[in-house]
Each structure stands twice: as structure tokens, then as C-alpha cells.
Design a protein around this ligand. Structure first.
Ligand SMILES: Nc1nc2c(ncn2[C@@H]2O[C@H](COP(=O)(O)OP(=O)(O)OP(=O)(O)O)[C@@H](O)[C@H]2O)c(=O)[nH]1
Length: 567
């Protein structure tokens, strides 16, 4: 059954390259995961803190300016020339000099107790009744700040500007030396200063990244903010938190549907009536706030990829270099295993690239050398064994065909020769003959002189018969004291009987054995085979045998002729 086909295991270089690439990929993914988890969160927090910081700066600046205005109004209201207010020109001079120190004081004026403007910077609104204005109302009670509002009376008097005039007011009562109220001193602080502040805090870089400052009143009205947002109402989570007295930052969705990071804080103090309580929000689109970090993230990704490719490439190169000697060895071994031949121990290179390769190649060399020696020894042994087997086989075959005692061909050899003789007779048209010869009284020799002497006698009988036939004739020993002579190519058939007659006296001559001398005769049956006879070799042999028994019956020591073969 064929073996189920298995996928060849991958090469070392492939494994190292894939392994390194996988490790690098996993590292890059892990790195990006960590960046996302920590760095981006950190970046969000950083951006939030930055915006919160900005909202604090804006808050502090707003507070500082309102406080400064309050301080200025306080000082002004305590000036002698203001408290006594003997002439509007005197008061106006003091007001004008303060306005010069801070041009954002768009208007400074003093109204008498009835709310009629007594003196004002540039003489504006002097004589006008401002008793209904909130600053006047508040200022009567003490040092007060009045919230942002559009210009009502001054709008037309002040020079035209890009933005409509908006003010924040600070007012304080003016009291005469005797403690009587003299009126109210008020400052209209142009809202421009707040816009300038916002512009100063939002640097061009921050503006580019979409950072914006928004100042709101408690009811959510935007006092300062991007185009189109001012004086609109807004509701955000950051506003609610700031109104709750908290400060901080958060990521939230604004009414425009976009996500922003928003820093929030609140100006003023509830118990300080000379301060103003607003909410300061500083927002930045989330994607812009995180832009630098996303840029960094992409940079890390590309760098990691480049590093990964470089590492995988290096690993592949290194792995190929390390695996090269191993590949050379394994190819050699594969070629040898595939029976390509020609791979001898000497062909195995000694590799010195690195220690393990050297050890392996030397070990392989020794192994092949040992295997070669072993194979060579085995081959020699095999050849010797084959030679021995061949010799032994030849020897056995020759045993198989010879009589051990006399060295003459045995029955087997005779039968083979007889068949060949019959064939030859038919072919050549010449007769052949079988002389069947049995010693007379041989048993007596055995009995009298022993078996060894009997053997010796048999050997000498064989030799004597052999001596009186032609070289081409065959003398075989069948068994015991029976011998057969095969005569071939008889030109004259009676030659067979003559040969038998020639043998008879030779066999009768005394035999000198080892210990004694004996004499005996033989009885011979002669069977002639004519070329046209169809008898078998057994038939021929049997006729000779019967003839020999006939001679025995006739009294032994004689020759008997077998009748011709039956057709
Ligand atoms: N020494 C010796 N004796 C053998 C061998 N093979 C057979 N014999 C003996 O040869 C004798 C042959 O018997 P026979 O031919 O009946 O004896 P024989 O005395 O020759 O009788 P006739 O043929 O009737 O004269 C037997 O006693 C066998 O034991 C042999 O290899 N060596």
C-alpha cells in the first residue's frame, strides 16, 4: 500500500523568517495597542489640561481687569475734586486723566443724585439722565460691577468701530466729606479688551488647531465667542459643570454636532458684588487636539513597519546564511538517499561557518566513512561467500555424479550418459551396447577379509575394467559389486561381446589387497542397442541385467547375451 503523502516540513530559513516577521508584527500591534491605550488617553488629558489652563488664564485676566476697574473707580470716587465737585471741568479733568491711563475705559462719568450726568470724559452725555441705567442704580448702593450690555446712549456718540459697542460697567457712590451722597461715578469698560485678551491667549498655533475662547453669562448667552455665536444661547455639559462651581475639562459633543475637548472655569465671586460671574469655556475640536498624537501614532506605525521589514530581512539573510551549510549537507544526504550515487565521505564538505555546522559535517563525514568501510567489508565477504558457494555447489554436483568409493561415474551419471548414447546412436546410425557386470562370490571376500578389504577389491576391479575399454567408453559402478560398461559407436556389434570377453580374464587375475590376496571371477550380461531400436534406457539396462542373471544361472564366470530389443 502506498504511504499517504505528507507535506514536507518547511526549511529552517523559512521558519526563522516567518517567525521573526510574526514577532515583529505582534510587537508592532502591541505597541500600537499600548499607544492607543496610554498615549492617546494621555494626549487627550494633555489637550484637556492645556485648554483648562487657557480657561484659567482667561478667567484670571477677566477678573483682573474688572478688579482693576473697580479699584480705579474706587480711587476716583475718593478724589477730593470729585467728592466736592465744585465745577464739572475739575471733575472731567480727573476723569480724562484716568481714561488716558486705560483707553478701554470708553466712558467715565459722574451723575448727580438725580441721575443727571454732571461730568464725563470728553463731555459726552453731560446733562443726560442716566438714572434708569443699571450702573447708576447699582452704584448708589456701593462699589458694584454691572454685566455686559450693548451701548444704549453712547453708541451714537462714540466713534464707529468694526464691532458694535458693548460695555461692562463698574460704579461706586460719591460721598461728600460730610457724608452726604454726591452722586454715582461710573466707568463703561469697552468689551474690546476682552476680545483682545482672547486673541492674545489664543496663539496663532492654537488658532490653527481650532482653539476658541467662549465667555458666557449664567443664562448661557455667549458674550464673547466665534463669529455668529455671540449673543446666542448655548447649553453644553461644560457650561453646566462650570455653573455648578467646578473647573476642569471634558470631551463632549457641542450643538454643532462635533466633538470638542473643552476646558471650563468661572470668573468672579458670588459675595463680591464688584466682580462679574461668567463662564469661560475654551474648546478645541477633538481631532485637532489629538492631531499631533495621531501624527506620532502614524509615524510610529511607519517606523515600526520599516523596522519590522528590516528585521525580517536581516533575519531571513541570517537564517539563510545559517541554514546554507545545513542545506548543503541535507541535499547531499537526500541525493545519497535517492540513490543518485557518487556521494562519498570525501564529498561531504567540512563546514567551518559556525561550530554546530562543523561538528555536524565532521560527524557526517565519519559516519559515511564508517558506512563505506562497512559496505566494502560486506561486499568482500559477499564475494568470498559467493565464490565458496559456487565451489561447493560444483563440488556437490560432482559428488552427486560420482561413486565415492571407486571414483567412477555412479548410477545417476550412467543414466544421463545412457540417454545421450541412445540419442547419439539414433543420430549416427551406430549401435551401442551395455555390459552388465557382477562379481562372483564377492560376499565371501567381505565375510572372510573384512569390509575394508572388500572396498579395496571393488576399487581395483573398477580400475581394471576402466583399463581395458576406450577412453570414450563409460565404466560406472551401479551398486555393491555391480558395474556397467557403456560402449558407443560400435562399427561392428559383436565387438561388445568381444570387449566382455577381454574383461573376463583381467578380472580373474589375483588381487593384492592390504592384508591378503584374493581371486574371483565375474558374470557379464551383454545387451546390444541398434539405432532403430525404440526401447528406453531402462529397457536397455534391464535387458543387460537379465542377461547377467542368465550368466549367473549358467554357473557364473561367463558371458550371456541378451535377446534383441523388442520392437
Ligand atoms: N566391501 C563392500 N561390500 C559391499 C559393498 N556394497 C555391497 N557389498 C557387499 O557385496 C555383496 C554382494 O552380494 P552378492 O553379489 O549377492 O554376493 P556374491 O557373493 O557376489 O553372490 P553372487 O553374485 O551370487 O556370486 C554383499 O554381501 C554386500 O554386502 C561395498 O561397497 N563394499
Amino acid at each position: 500500500m502506498p504511504e499517504p503523502s505528507k507535506m514536507a516540513p518547511p526549511r529552517l530559513a523559512t521558519l526563522v523568517t516567518l517567525g521573526t516577521a510574526a514577532i515583529v508584527a505582534a510587537t508592532v500591534l502591541l505597541l500600537l495597542g499600548l499607544i492607543n491605550h496610554y498615549a492617546i488617553r494621555y494626549a487627550g488629558k494633555e489637550a484637556g489640561l492645556r485648554l483648562q489652563q487657557l480657561s484659567w488664564q482667561m478667567r484670571d485676566s477677566l477678573d483682573r481687569v474688572v478688579a482693576q476697574a473697580a479699584g480705579d473707580v474706587q480711587q476716583l470716587s475718593e478724589l477730593q475734586q470729585v467728592r466736592e465737585a465744585r465745577a464739572p471741568a475739575e471733575v472731567r479733568a480727573a476723569l480724562d486723566s484716568l481714561q488716558k491711563t486705560f483707553p478701554d475705559y470708553a466712558w467715565i462719568g459722574m451723575a448727580d443724585n438725580g441721575g443727571v450726568v454732571y461730568a464725563a470724559t470728553g463731555g459726552m452725555l453731560e446733562g443726560a439722565n442716566v438714572s434708569a441705567r443699571p450702573w447708576f442704580q447699582k452704584g448708589k448702593a456701593g462699589l458694584r460691577a454691572a454685566d455686559y450690555h450693548p451701548a444704549v446712549l453712547l453708541g451714537k456718540l462714540l466713534p464707529q468701530s468694526a464691532d458694535p459697542w458693548r460695555f461692562v460697567d463698574v460704579a461706586a457712590p460719591v460721598t461728600q466729606a460730610n457724608g452726604d451722597a454726591r452722586g454715582v461715578l461710573g466707568v463703561h469698560l469697552s468689551w474690546d479688551w476682552a476680545r483682545r485678551l482672547a486673541r492674545t491667549l489664543i496663539t496663532p498655533a492654537l488658532r490653527e488647531y481650532g482653539a476658541e475662547i467662549i465667555v458666557l453669562r449664567d443664562d448661557g448667552t455667549v458674550l464673547l465667542g466665534p463669529q455668529g455665536m455671540e449673543e446666542q444661547k448655548l447649553a453644553t455639559a461644560s457650561l453646566a459643570l462650570a455653573l455648578d462651581g467646578q473647573t476642569g475639562f471634558l470631551q463632549e459633543v457641542w450643538p454643532d454636532g462635533r466633538r470638542y475637548v473643552t476646558g471650563y472655569s468661572r470668573t468672579g465671586r458670588a459675595q463680591d458684588l464688584a466682580s462679574l460671574q461668567w463662564v469661560v469655556l475654551v474648546r478645541q475640536p477633538e481631532h485637532a487636539a489629538m492631531a499631533d498624537w495621531h501624527k506620532l501614532e502614524r509615524r510610529i506605525l511607519w517606523l515600526s513597519l520599516a523596522l519590522g521589514l528590516a528585521l525580517a530581512g536581516t533575519a531571513a539573510w541570517l537564517a539563510r546564511r545559517l541554514a546554507r551549510p545545513m542545506n548543503a549537507l541535507s541535499e547531499l544526504m537526500e541525493a545519497r538517499a535517492a540513490g543518485a550515487g557518487g556521494t562519498a565521505a570525501a564529498d561531504v564538505p567540512v563546514l567551518d561557518g559556525f561550530r554546530e555546522a562543523g561538528v555536524l559535517s565532521r560527524a557526517m563525514r565519519h559516519l559515511l566513512q564508517a558506512e563505506e568501510q562497512h559496505l566494502s567489508a560486506l561486499q568482500t565477504m559477499n564475494e568470498e561467500l559467493e565464490a565458496k558457494v559456487a565451489a561447493r555447489t560444483a563440488e556437490l554436483e560432482a559428488i552427486a555424479m560420482r561413486d565415492m568409493l571407486t571414483g567412477l561415474p555412479n548410477r545417476r551419471a550412467l543414466m544421463a550418459a545412457l540417454q545421450a548414447a541412445l540419442n547419439r546412436s539414433r543420430r549416427t546410425g551406430k549401435a551401442c551396447a551395455v555390459l552388465f557386470l557382477d562379481l562372483d562370490g564377492f560376499k565371501g571376500v567381505n565375510d572372510t577379509h573384512g569390509h575394508d578389504e572388500g572396498d579395496e577389491l571393488l576399487r581395483q576391479v573398477g580400475a581394471r575394467i576402466l583399463a581395458c575399454v576406450r577412453k570414450t567408453d563409460m565404466v560406472a559402478r551401479l551398486a555393491g559389486d555391480e558395474f556397467v560398461v557403456l560402449l558407443e559407436l560400435l562399427a561392428y556389434p559383436p565387438d561388445a561381446e568381444e570387449t566382455a570377453a577381454k574383461i573376463m580374464p583381467l578380472l580373474r587375475a589375483p588381487y593384492t589387497l592390504r592384508t591378503t590376496e584374493v581371486a574371483l571371477s565375474a558374470s557379464i550380461g551383454v545387451a546390444l542397442h541398434q539405432p532403430h531400436d525404440t526401447e528406453t534406457l531402462e529397457g536397455l539396462l534391464s535387458r543387460a541385467d537379465h542377461a547377467m542373471y542368465g550368466a549367473k544361472r549358467q554357473g557364473k564366470n561367463c558371458i550371456a547375451l541378451a535377446p534383441p530389443a523388442q520392437p
